[in-house]
Design a protein. Structure first.
Length: 268
């Protein structure tokens, strides 16, 4: 008769043990390493923002450049629009005042890469994290603010430069530390070659945004992308006419994040 009693006690013990373990895991999951040697709590913002029928996130990679980034900023400000800039650390060191101007103007600032050297940065997890850390620290030192938790991997999260194994461990590590990698679902084509006409860039964005409820547009503000600057006013005008609301990644809601994750734009 003692066996059933022992079985019940043992079952209760196992149940309590599992509950404690789950509690500890959940608590541990809220504490993340932030690539700077510190640990911090990740707090999710409340999803109390209004929802929109059509949204667009303009994103610019590879800057800041000495000639184009300020022009892009001026166009955005003239049109009452904000965008997200994914920064190259080396360019930020060359043009710190421009990065500071972007930040002070309320633009969203995220890590792209320090070197943009695919071969080096994707050679191992440690190499990528060092590149990431240096870029993140440069942004903080220049702007006085932390970069957003969204990062854009050079070449995208499914690029063919990095080995599959290295890319997978990089993405897993980013996600495990509270970071989110962002791709795109509209390509401007301004990086197809050194010079792409403004008309082609404009048409690519128009075609890409058709029938989309949420659009993340890939553009570049690097040195040679003068035609991107020229195309931007017409792009903004078209998107406004079509009823798109302009959003940035530092103000993203949980609903927007879930939708973009479902579409393979975030954490693909």
């Amino acid at each position: 008769m003692k066996k059933p009693v022992y079985s019940i006690i043992y079952g209760i013990f196992i149940y309590l043990f599992v509950i404690v373990c789950i509690s500890l895991i959940c608590k541990w999951d809220c504490v993340k390493y932030n690539f700077t040697g510190e640990r911090k709590n990740i707090v999710l913002a409340k999803d109390n923002a209004p929802t929109y029928s059509k949204e667009v996130f303009l994103t610019f990679d590879d800057g800041p450049s000495v000639n184009n980034t300020t022009k892009i900023l001026n166009i955005l400000q003239q049109n009452g629009v904000k965008a997200t800039f994914f920064i190259v650390g080396e360019k930020a060191k060359e043009n710190p005042s421009i990065l500071k101007q972007l930040s002070d103007s309320g633009m969203s600032i995220g890590v792209h890469t320090y070197s943009h050297n695919y071969k080096e940065m994707y050679s191992s997890l440690d190499a990528y994290l060092e590149d990431f850390r240096v870029c993140k620290n440069i942004i903080k030192n220049i702007t006085g603010k932390d970069s957003i938790v969204f990062v854009r991997l050079p070449g995208g999260s499914d690029n063919l430069v990095a080995s599959v194994s290295n890319l997978n461990i990089i993405k897993k590590t980013l996600k495990g530390n509270g970071m989110k990698y962002v791709d795109w679902n509209v390509v401007s084509g301004d990086a197809d070659k050194r010079f792409v006409s403004k008309d082609i860039i404009k048409q690519n964005v128009i075609d890409g945004c058709k029938n989309k409820k949420i659009a993340v547009v890939l553009m570049h503000d690097s040195y040679y992308k003068t035609s991107t600057v020229e195309a931007l006013p017409d792009i903004i005008s078209y998107l406004k006419k079509e009823g798109f609301v302009f959003r940035t990644f530092d103000g993203i809601t949980l609903e927007e994040e879930f939708r973009m994750t479902d579409k393979g734009i975030i954490n693909r």
